[in-house]
Design a binder for this molecule. Sequence first.
Ligand code: GLC
Length: 683
Amino acid sequence: MSKIRRYSIGTFMDTGAVISKLPKETGEIPYLKRIQRMELKKSDKEPQEEMVQRDEMVYHLSFQDRIYGLGENVRGINKRGWLYESNCTDDPNHTESKHSLYGAHNFFVVDGRETFGVFLDYPGKLILDMGYGQMDEIRIVPQDWNLDVYILEGGSILEIVKSFRKLIGRSYIPPKWAFGYGQSRWGYQSAAEIREVVKGYRENGIPLDAVYLDIDYMEGFKDFTIDKERFPDFPKFAEEMRKEHIHLVPIIDAGVKIEEGYEVYEEGKKNGYFCKDQEGKEFVGAVWPGKVHFPDVLNKEARKWFGQKYQGLLEQGIEGFWNDMNEPAIFYSEKNLEQVLKKIKSMKSRNMDMWEVFAFRDIVNGLANNPKDYSSFYHEIEGKKICHDKVHNLYGFGMTRAAGEAFEELEPEKRILLFSRASYIGMHRYGGVWMGDNQSWWSHLLLNLKMLPSLNMCGFLYTGADLGGFGSDVTEDLLLRWLALGIFTPLMRNHSALGTREQECYRFTQTEVFRNLIGIRYGLMPYLYSEYMKAALKDEMLFMPLAFVYPEDAHAREVEDQLLVGESIMIAPVYTQNAGGRYVYLPEPMKLVRLKDMEHIETEVLEQGHYYIEISLEEVVFFIRPGKIVPYTKAEQYVKEIPAEELRLMHFEAEGLEYELYQDDGFEKDYENPEHFKRLGVK
Ligand code: GLC
């Protein structure tokens, strides 16, 4: 039996994370103890350190305790042993030394001596020390003590997660085409260039459903505009692409360019919809177009206005968007830049020593995403002026909610693709997330895998990383290996940064292998789509660590590089360069499936145990669990072509097996219609 209790500390602000408002409990919070500690801190006034009191919530960890969750984050599936900071951050270097990425997902489960879940509904910066300061202690330190603490109990981790997911509401469901393969790159300059990309895929028979439009489609990086010279007659172009079964997915950025005569700027300014500074003037930051204002998406009216702006693109044939730079990222603020330039001018020395060079570097690096800037602008939330740093983690959520709420109104019957970079729990009802600016590093392939279950725990089912890596130069083998994981992630998108090696699959030598690998995604779609839909409709996880499914198995509990995908499949992708295979742990007998394409499938039943499995660059390998079925079909060029009939079944040898298949038209919203659920069986 699962149980959720809510405790309120201080004045709580409704973040929109939960959908069922639980009554507040009185009395002590179970598991977490609120304590005060004295700490030595550098003083602002005195030369020596001073003693300060620090309030925190602590939990004493025993040796065997593991910690799971925290959504999009660095490090392992088991989060124990590091200090995380819940603070949506624009940082393209996702190294182990970092404390936060783009999302703020304050839900975790402790499993060991006691098993319980904690959700901290708090929109400001929050320290989650998971056994870093002291190895046997969880320490929770919010910026101020105004938050809701939810304590969740249940018979297992999966039960606790499910009850949490019920509390926060159903995960976002994209249109079915958004499960197809997508190609993206920062730098596609024109309709002509996009036609070339589509041609590259179609001519080589590599499946493709979407091409993403990065900032270059806009006129001067202005939201909701299209450069008319490089994209003449955009609706016609969108139509032409649709005929090729390609969906165009434009990016929308958080900052609105300050430019007289630009409609979005003029309207926002006239109606007071932008965030203001201390003096009540519009806050000026800078992003791609130079100086911008940030729409106050935490204000109901402004949010509605910003959401309605997506209509123009919907009317031109667009059916999906990605929301970006919504931590919000700030390259510099007008005020800070002035100060920095003054400081640099006053630096007389032309022979800087180490300290001066360090100081100089810090000044320049401190221009971007400066905490001082985040505490110098304000939102107006229900009549109250609230400093941004108090609600920082809600901005990406607010922007995506703006779009999601508008789509409900503008296209009530239709699913629109939507995902975002920054997020907070609650946003998962409006859209998915991609994992931001990773690098073409082998370690990021593994990080991609590790983030999948923790994101699922926090409600984010529609997710994926930039396959092949965003920054740095990809290698052909890295892209192939990454695609072999990407085949299983709901968002399967290859995206890369301006200036890096071109990463479209047809640019490499092994075209046939790319065709086959991506084809396998389409062949497995009956299974992958069914599992996604069931996970969304039943508040379940799509990607599960082995520890959640085999909690009694000491080996399984430590596996950090294999996952269960839905009810039937376990994956174990290769994530090291030049490896001809990898070690895999089978917690129970399983059927190894080896595919070169959807026509050449080899299988072998293996007993429980440790194995070295050879996996060449041309192959996808996965494992079917005992008693389970995987429905599949032929590889196709785009999602719409995938036949609803002609399903074939892979299964573990046994009789009387059953599988619940989910099939719908993929764009309407009558999710619960019983006709969508079909039973497949092996007699
Ligand atoms: C940000 C996004 C990246 C995009 C780039 C240019 O870095 O995370 O995906 O390509 O901006 O828009």
